[in-house]
Design a protein around this ligand. Structure first.
Ligand code: TXA
Ligand code: MG
Length: 322
């Protein structure tokens, strides 16, 4: 299949109506979209990504008034939706029968979000169905934040890439679920736990995040976001000493390590801005992974705001190589 890249929303819509796959820009990362109500289209998504059939997909809708078509939303969830959507937040809700089982991988819950990108919102309004869209990368690799990243991973496997430029946030959405008088934070992202508490007054807790083969909560596949080069986290000064004579790529928050022999230093935000660091993280991981380094070293970021999401992604990135 020839994969075309462009900015033609009408063309993207036509492909999607014909059960073809289209990569869509969002403010978080690019998504690999298909008609969420079509078993044929959804099966193609799993196949194109080589995604395990037990890993459910997020439903993307054009506005919060559509939530009730696909899910049962409690008052607190609607409060979150009204305040934060469109935006980098995904709500996990009991699903209605309108959503095929294949889209939620058999789960009785559906994850729903309204992406905040003008091209994709225009596309969603053009369509009379929601879009199922995981991140537009082969399963297990780093999520794409540009159309070129999508092309690297999925060229020839999808019909069209809707090019909406570089993703504004650069990390996947926060996934949360209101459960009684608490909020379960299934995945850290652009919206912090503190923001969710400020909106609802509810306490935010982490669900059991034990690694299993069939995840019952989102984002539990540890082998996500992983570069091919071994990646280790910790105190960079100390870690460097563990690899004498090796070619090292260092990804740090604000301090440069360029003066160290055999070290190539990549600083995510010289001014120490976490949003800037998050925005550059995935593109930098890809660029560093493409160099022939023996090892990638990185550090633990401040555990505040989107720093928690950066730490979560880097934790998963190192898992395979422990
Ligand atoms: O920012 C984002 O959320 C991006 C953009 C494209 O919207 N999407 C994204 O999708 O990150 P994906 O598939 O790469 O990650 C979605 C996560 C997965 O860990 C999946 O297991 C979980 O959400 N998830 C989706 N539906 C679920 C459900 N019904 N129950 C439990 N977990 C679910
Ligand atoms: Mg993903």
């Amino acid at each position: 299949m020839f994969t075309e890249t462009g900015v033609d929303v009408k063309k993207a819509a036509e492909f999607l109506r014909n059960n073809e796959l289209v990569a869509i820009p969002t403010e978080t990362v690019y998504g690999l979209a298909g008609n969420a109500l079509s078993e044929t289209a959804v099966a193609k998504i799993y196949a194109a990504k080589n995604r395990p059939a037990f890993n459910p997909l997020i439903l993307h809708i054009s506005g919060i008034e559509q939530i009730e078509r696909y899910a049962m939303a409690d008052a607190h969830s609607m409060q979150i939706a009204k305040t934060l959507m469109p935006g980098p937040i995904t709500l996990l809700l009991p699903k209605k029968d309108t959503v095929p089982d294949i889209t939620t991988a058999g789960s009785g819950k559906v994850a729903i979000r309204v992406p905040d990108h003008p091209l994709t919102l225009e596309l969603l309004k053009e369509l009379d169905f929601p879009l199922a869209a995981p991140s537009a990368n082969p399963s297990g690799y780093i999520s794409p934040t540009t159309a070129a990243h999508v092309q690297e991973g999925l060229n020839g496997k999808i019909a069209y890439i809707l090019d909406g430029g570089s993703a504004q946030i650069g990390l996947e959405s926060t996934i949360c679920e209101v459960s009684g008088n608490q909020i379960l934070l299934h995945r850290a992202g652009g919206v912090s736990a503190a923001t969710l508490t400020a909106i609802t007054g509810l306490e935010v807790i982490l669900p059991e995040t034990k690694q299993t083969h069939a995840p019952h909560t989102p984002g539990q596949l540890k082998s996500h976001y992983a570069p091919n080069t071994p990646l280790f986290r910790g105190n960079i000064e100390q870690l460097i000493n563990n690899y004498p004579g090796k070619k090292i790529g260092v990804i740090s928050f604000s301090k440069s390590y360029a003066d160290r022999p055999l070290v190539s230093s990549y600083v995510l935000s010289a001014s120490g801005n976490l949003a800037e660091a998050a925005n550059k993280l995935f593109a930098t991981l890809r660029a560093v992974d493409a160099q022939a380094f023996d090892v990638i070293l990185t550090e633990v970021f401040p555990e505040e705001g989107i720093g928690s999401a950066i730490n979560d992604r880097l934790d998963r990135a190192q898992f395979l190589h422990k």
